[in-house]
Design a protein around this ligand. Sequence first.
Ligand code: ZN
Length: 525
Amino acid sequence: MFHERPIFICLLSLFLLLTGCARVTEPTNTPTAQIRTPTPSFTPTSISTPTSTMSPVPSLTPTSTQTYTATPYPTPVEAADVIFYNGTLITIEDSQPVAEAIALRDGLIQAVGSNDQILALQGSDTKIIDLRGQTMMPGFIDGHTHLLAFPDRMGRSLSEAQDTAIQYGLTTVNEMWADENFLNTLWEAEQKGSLHLRVNVFPIYNDGNLDESRQRILFKTWYPAHSPILDPERFLRIPGIKIFMDGDNYSPSRGCWAVSEPFPPGAPVLGRGVCGTDRGDLYWSQEELNQVVSQAQAAGYRVAFHAMGDRAIETALNAIEYALDGHSNENYRHQIEHNSLARPDLLPRYEELDVLTSVRGYGDFCDLQFFVPEFGPDRYTWYVNRYVLPNLDIHAYIETDFLWTFDPAIRFTRITLDPIMQLYGIVTHRYVNEDGSVCEPDPLAAAHSISIERALQMLTIEPAYAVSMENYIGSLRPGKYADLIILSDNPYSVDPGALKDLRVWMTMVDGKVEYCATGNESLCP
Ligand SMILES: [Zn+2]
């Protein structure tokens, strides 16, 4: 799906006639918002720097109807296509965290503000939706998923997989695995216009499995033959590559988490015969990895590392440090996925290198004593450090790590696609058992709380940042794409234990309603 939008920037004074327009053209991968601002001095919200991307565009011809008179709020140049008002808008913007109303035009957010400010943008063709106090926020973004890979294994189509995600309020997914065949499938879907949510794909550089002699298997099917795809207009983007650092503790072909000190004698994982060594399976030497990450970075790719054990994490951090060579990761955005055993002395290194991290939101943290025999009495506490990461001065986003050995319709299962369950999990650290009972977290996990505010960032603007889309999606700000959801209640006002009962009533992607829950049609334009 390609979005042809005329992009232009108009400069006009508040109460005067339109005086002129300027064309701005920048490289497509510059992370600035493409924005069509009604007027720079109309400030119901913070309006970001008006710049644009893409090709030359027609200039806007002033018309005789564009005359303005002094009013409390300026009359817009262009009327909104859609206005939602009388709501509780959670914007995920520091400058204006809440608002009452939002105006949309051409699939973009036109303005965010008070009812009066936004209703002033009403024109004769504007659809007006009364939210009746309902909560609206940016669409959820899954920072690490396998949603679109292999739905056919469960008898589902790509289209059904997307629909499931959209019903859960997801408007963008970061797909953390792709081979050439899967890329081609997504490519065709984009060409046919059958991608209904934004997809950022990370092709694999090496396989997640080892060969018979426990050596890594290189893929290199996309990079280095191609450049990254960073164009924010595209529904299919390829911002980075995925590198597997270590195993998963479950299958011999993947091996075990790479740990710095041997698993304790008698550790269950050793008994399962999964590990290549008693320190797990590290797929890369430091020297090899340093070179690969440097080369990928030089080609414009960020690297997402699957790293679970502390030795895998440390090796990835070292490689990031080597590749950055003193430069800021702000420019590159290398990221470490899972972070399952974050050793305490590594935590300052995440901060020093400004490394992005994925954190599972919903998981069973009720009886952590289970991990003592696996990792030892000291190291099992590292398992909880995932809940320390989001409160460090780094970027962190929620991963579902959803894959099609689980049923996406089951919300309470160990691997759930539902971002509402991820929100509930990361805020409360509670877990819903198979019988529906709820268990309280281990005191160690309970001690590391994540605020609702931080959790919502981790489901919106943070995963957008991870793929350099933070100026286009992930918050309610003029100029961003109209990727929005309406919730059944306000996450800030419900009891944390009731967060799991929130439901999504509408999902809009790119200004288009892609899901409208039965009975809530009046909320869907
Ligand atoms: Zn994964």
